[in-house]
Design a protein. Sequence first.
Lengths: 717, 215
Amino acid sequence: MWKHSFNLLLCICLPALVLAQQKIIGKVTDAKKRPLPGVNVYIKGSYDGATAGADGTFSFTTTTTGPQVLVASLMSFQTQEQAINITGPVQVTLMLKAAMNELKVVTISAGSIEASNDKNNTVLKPLDIVTTAGATADIVNALKTLPGTQQTNDREGLFVRGGTGYETQIFIDGLMVRNPFFTSLPDMPGRGRFSPFLFKGTTFSSGGYSAQYGQGLSSALVLESEDLPARSSYSLGASVLGVSGGLDELSKDKKGSFGIEADYTNLAPYFNIAKPKQEPTVGPEIIGTSLNFRRRTSSTGILKFYGYGNWSRMGFKKNSIEYPGYQEQTDVRNQNVYTNLTYKESLGSGWRMNAGFSYSSNIDKIKLDTIKKSPVTNVHARSDLSQLRLMLTKSLGAFSQLRLGGEYQYAAERSEFNSYKVNYVDNYSAGFAESDIYFTPRFVGRFGGRLEYSTILAKVNLAPRVSLAYKLDDYSQFSLAYGDYYQKPEPQYLRFKQDLSYMKATHYIASFQRLSSNYTFRVEAFYKKYKDLVKTVPDTLTNGTGYAKGIELFWRDRKTIKNLDYWISYSFLDTKRNYLYYPYEVQPDFAAKHTASLVMKKYFPKITTNIGVTYSYASGRPYYNPNLPESKFMSEKTIDFNTLGLSASYLTTVGKAFTVFVISVTNVFDFKQVYGYRYSTDGLRREEIVPNAPRFLFVGMFMNFGVDRRQDVINNL
Amino acid sequence: MKHFLLLLLPVFAAVVTKAQSPQYQDAMTKQVGLLDVPASYNPQSMLDISNTFERIAAAEKNQWLPYYYAAYSQVMSALMTQDKDKIDGLADKAEANINKADSLKQNDDEVACIRSLIASSRIMVDPQTRGQQYGPESGMQIQKAKQINPENPRVYLLEGQALYYTPEQFGGDKAKAKEVLQVALQKYAAFKPASSIAPHWGEPHAKDLLQQAGK
């Protein structure tokens, strides 16, 4: 009896004894049932657990019993908790869902190339924009190595996908910049005014861009200014062109900073040695200053001010094509002020505010003189632009976002030709609404519209914009974009005739992109329809037409060859337009059918020297020969365009200052470059339109005390 | 007297919350022991070890060491991995863990050392663009650790390592690296960890580096 009872007792107790050490086994997979190695699987609140092996299986013992929670966690996956009841050995299968981090989520990419330090998955980094040899620290020159852009180096601005330079609009922190370039002289386009180092992010859109931006038929270049510097620094520079100095002071509490910069440039000594094609009569001489102030107003708010003042003068003379034996002289004096004040703050419950104010003023005094032949023409032009912009954004769920905003611009355009004055004022207002809707983290749609009204045209326009993007895997995505874009005609036409309408372009874009940390591949096809372009013959009207279509490729490789980073871009462009004095639709004189660039950068650690090479090619452009019949309008083409830029920079330390010595040469092989021909009115004589200085040599030295900014200097070349 | 008791109350409370179970001591001793084995220093083993520390941390939310070691093994994995795409994720994880350790043990030199390593690991993703941002951050954390505890040998190991690997033109100095690493070894010789599971890593690595620097 006793024995029996004892056995019974044993039977009852046995499970309990075994329970003291139970085995938990199982397997972890992803949503597609592929095994996941490295998953941390454990009983919540205990130490008992294991790491899943290469086949996704795990096995461990636990002393816990009864109802427990099994946790499975792995980087870039959502942690999963599963209730289990431990009364004996447990076997479980767990499935983890991918976490929706930035890299996995699709982004709108059709038409745009972004360079940002804040985000990982961008085609370019801000430094790339300026580490381009031959770009001479000009943002626009650097962008000319990207797909979609033209090598139109004889005119001001960025020519994108069959559009003119005027059709690209530049924005700083959302605010439009009226005069982003230095004043141009004939055949000498002005470079960009703003240093690439002011910006932490650059988005170059060659079409299909957001409803946030307007008044650019072809392209938007969106620049986002830097926040606070990492620490205080001082800099000095000297080169064959001039001197510069600056300081950047970070406040003690590290919540504010201010900076001052000044530079003086004088090309006269350089031109005395390296005779340019046109003979300089004044300067060129530039005095520039800038001032900035930034303050974090709270953990989420920042106030930024940037002010820029610039004075320049230059004059050139050359032999007149119109009056043989005489010389033509052009003098320009320019004065430019630009200010930009922005404030960003979070308003709570998912709302953010972005407010901005900008005032700019540009004065050009131009003197045109055919010496001893005709009286001097004096042109005095002044444009003032004041603008206000407010944008509110609201997060909808994890990734979706709503943007609402409005802007107002007051523009006064004054000009005086000798004593003949033509002035006008435009009040332009716009409102926009746009939403990024994530149907799934891999599939996003952007739907928006923009409503604009300009008092000078006294017309309203409504521009719908739609983009879709679908991510095929972690690296590849496919995108589509459609949109209407309106722009006021250029001031030179509006000045004289105000009974015009908006010019219009409609974009259709399809693109595929594969982006990993070392390789980028991108292919994009587009079609753009132009309507209501300005015609000047027979009468000034907005009834011109046109189209552009093409395909573009981009390839970047940072890995295959050690310390070498290179990219290749190719653009095929088929465009025709009937505008200005054109008799019918033809390929315009600013557009080349084939454009390609190769950009290479290599670092040699042993000699701490960076070498950069940029080669660009464009097929010949049409030019207007007045001696041909109308049926052969723009039928002749210039020679192909080739250029190869080279730069080398050597890094060292002089005293306490980090120092860089730099040498850079544009058009190293002195390729002949002809952009077109200019004919005399009677058509008997013509001259080539060529660069004023076919090759440019730069030698300089930059010193920095404090933050190591030598990399900046190298990248400036 | 009553006053005195009230004063003691928080002390007791602290003792109670910091009390370590034998289970904790055992598990930590075993895991920290793994970190003393050179064979553990590969990206995968470091991740496995970090998983265990995370498990312990999840169960012992008032102990800073499990978070600290989880961060350490994750950042070591980030520094050793060949796959640049993984570095940021690991650095993020390490940062989350070290933040927790920081909130449990404020103003600690060992925590600052891990932060310096995290900043260094982020530079590796893209040295050209990130060097300017994270280089000074990494250096700043070493200085912070030195300020808190000038006797911590890991401070000199990290400092010497930075001097050794940074190109001369960017402020590196191999001769100076050697001097600093020698200081590190002296400090290691004098260093007594607070307990068997308190941070004490780095001495073999300092010796290796010094040998390399001597060549």
